[in-house]
Design a protein around this ligand. Sequence first.
Ligand code: PLP
Length: 367
Amino acid sequence: MKNTELAQIALSEDQTGAIANPIYLSTAYQHPHLGASTGYDYTRTKNPTRSAFEEAFAKLERGTASFATSSGMAAIQLVCNLFKSGDEILVSFDLYGGTFRLFDFYEKQYGIRFKYVDFLNYEEVKGQITDNTKALFIEPISNPQMIKIDLDPYYILGKEYNLLTIVDNTFLTPYLSTPLEDGADIVLHSATKYIGGHNDVLAGVVTVKDDALAEQFADFHNMIGATLAPIDSYLLQRGLKTLHLRMDRSEYNAKLLAERCSNLEAIDEVLYSGQTGMLSLRLNKNFKANKFLENLEICIFAESLGGTETFITFPYTQTHVDMPDEEKDKRGIDEHLLRLSIGIEDYDDIESDIIQALEKSKEGVIS
Ligand SMILES: Cc1ncc(COP(=O)(O)O)c(C=O)c1O
């Protein structure tokens, strides 16, 4: 994807030539006469500001239709409506804790079966397919272990067994990867993250290229009602204009930091996929996470990702808090694991802040 294309797609007001897309707050739209519509009737069904974002985003994703939702979880919930009791979905073993929590609830409440599999092991995944399997749900860079999955074999497997391939592309964004172009059926995002990019909007988006799926999602979107508000839709569209710059800078900073941290006494393990601004660090047992977090001066101890500021999250009690301890153990989510979303600050500021906070986090050292 060309950088200029991103910026151009984000410009879409052709009636007035406005560079910034207008925010249509009106919830209702006047009908010209009985049986006629301007194309807009009621804002839950369709809103011009939301449509402008959805159209721009569908182009970026190489899809035909996008559905902007009130959160990333609402996007995942929208997709879950495709399934019924008895259906099975094969899910990335390592994934966002909130998704695990929702799937656990759906399994207990609605009888949809979610089977966690290791997508690094193709034979294991294939071996888990039964007559009831309907879909694969994959985080191509997993949260928080940053495991990078090669999706290509799963597009082929999905077609062979008539499974929907669903990709949570939150960490990569369409700037780095366009799974619909490669063979995925459904791509979703927590747009709260890199798409919005400034920690000021909660949003999700689902994109498809198949007309029948698009029709189903349009129905679900309108029926359930977790649609994105006009102001938030505007903020996402604004975010698109700088997505390429933010992604390049975050990734550049993350690469440097991953390399620097691999040589530190304080860090036992650096988990980095080589892409995006997301990385995790496993602290050496002589260094304490709580001390590290409270001594940060530039980086921020907070629970989100993909924004302009560097955020450090403690998955054990934050993003994965509702995952049972034995499940956390299997995924290496412990009191030593930190997840970093590297922002667009000056690299030297990030590095020096992390180094000074690590020095103060050594057990026995008074900060
Ligand atoms: C990979 C991933 N998917 C989905 C979500 C849920 O998104 P939201 O917080 O916007 O509801 C998150 C949130 O952190 C996430 O990291």
